[in-house]
Design a protein around this ligand. Structure first.
Ligand code: BJW
Ligand code: ZN
Length: 266
């Protein structure tokens, strides 16, 4: 298999296919040579820790799609139901630990002088694994914000009772996450796009790449000449544009790529 550094290549790999080894070797070589690396993570990175993803099989909660719950309109109409969903997710997350994919990203942060972890995940597993600097695009499941006084604070109660919870000022609390139709933090977003513009390699890990503006981050990097490597169980909106698209689990492929890139045995 020839993988030109200039022309995007798509590699659809089955786990047992020998070309997977070539692709892992190629990814490791590019990672080893990259000065400035960005990793963009999505729900798939936490799937091997036991957390459900948003879309696809297992992504439903009480027969409702997350897209219909993760909106300010759904919360305004029925805060109790939306809170019950978040309370359920918090209880699932509380029993989960980071997986080898999270740990590989910690190693990368330690090894690369310019490394930026940009995550769409709200679960806290990157921090738990030991990642230090994380640009959290969609907020934090373990924080709440008051609708009246705006105070935001860490809240790790599991379960929360009663639902919905209230602030000491009397205002209703909401999860401090970003719902559809809401703006992301301008500062965080700017930092993510700045990092993507400077990067010479972007790893896109376990995300369906359909939610904007996060999905634009690798696109900006591509326009600036960076290489993009995707790891996902399935093809995504990004796959045909990525230089390398590996089919598999991030918790299996990423540690192998990082091990090779950082000087492990070939
Ligand atoms: C594995 C695996 C394993 C599984 N290994 N892989 C431009 C064009 C069109 C629309 C828009 C646009 N700009 C804005 C919009 C609107 C909207 C949007 O993007 N809609 C699209 C759906 C079309 N965006 C917004 O509203 C954003 N705000 C915004 O842009 O403000 C300005 C504005 C407002 C209004 C109009 C225009 C502009 C806000 C987006 C907020 C997203 N929030 C959520 C919820 C967060 C809180 C919570 O957790 O509850 O964020 S939705 C949900 O999707 C969550 C995720 O972070 C996000 C992305 O999902 P992710 O991580 O990719 O998960 P999945 O499930 O989709 O995919 C998992 C993948 O893993 C799959 O591919 C699997 O195959 C794979 N996988 N196991 C490797 N082991
Ligand atoms: Zn308050």
């Amino acid at each position: 298999m020839t993988l030109s550094p200039l022309a995007p290549n798509i590699t659809h790999l089955s786990h047992t296919h020998t070309s997977e080894l070539d692709a892992v070797a190629q990814a490791a070589e590019w990672l080893a040579g990259a000065q400035s690396v960005v990793a963009l993570t999505g729900a798939g990175v936490s799937a091997e820790s036991g957390l459900p993803t948003f879309r696809g099989a297992g992504g439903l909660w009480r027969n409702r799609r997350p897209e219909t719950l993760a909106t300010p309109e759904a919360f305004a109409a029925d805060p109790k139901t939306v809170w019950e969903w978040y309370d359920w997710r918090r209880s699932v997350h509380a029993g989960c630990s980071p997986n080898p994919g999270h740990h590989a990203l910690v190693e990368l942060e330690r090894a690369k002088s310019e490394f930026c972890l940009v995550s769409q995940n709200v679960d806290g597993l990157h921090e738990q694994a030991g990642s230090r600097r994380i640009l959290k695009l969609h907020g934090d499941l373990w924080k709440v914000r008051c609708l009246t006084c705006g105070r935001e604070e860490r809240d790790t109660r599991v379960p929360i009772d009663p639902l919905p919870p209230y602030c000491s000022c009397g205002g209703m609390l909401r999860p401090a996450v970003v719902w559809f139709g809401e703006s992301l933090s301008e500062e965080t977003l700017r930092a993510a796009f700045d990092a993507a513009s400077r990067a010479d390699l972007v790893l896109v890990l376990g995300t369906s790449s359909i939610v904007y503006p996060a999905a634009k981050i690798p696109r900006v990097a591509l326009e600036r000449g960076a290489r993009v490597i995707e790891i996902n169980l399935e093809p995504t909106e990004l796959s045909s544009s990525a230089h390398l698209s590996l089919r598999g689990k991030t918790g299996e492929l990423l540690p192998e790529i990082v091990r090779r890139a950082l000087g492990g045995a070939p």
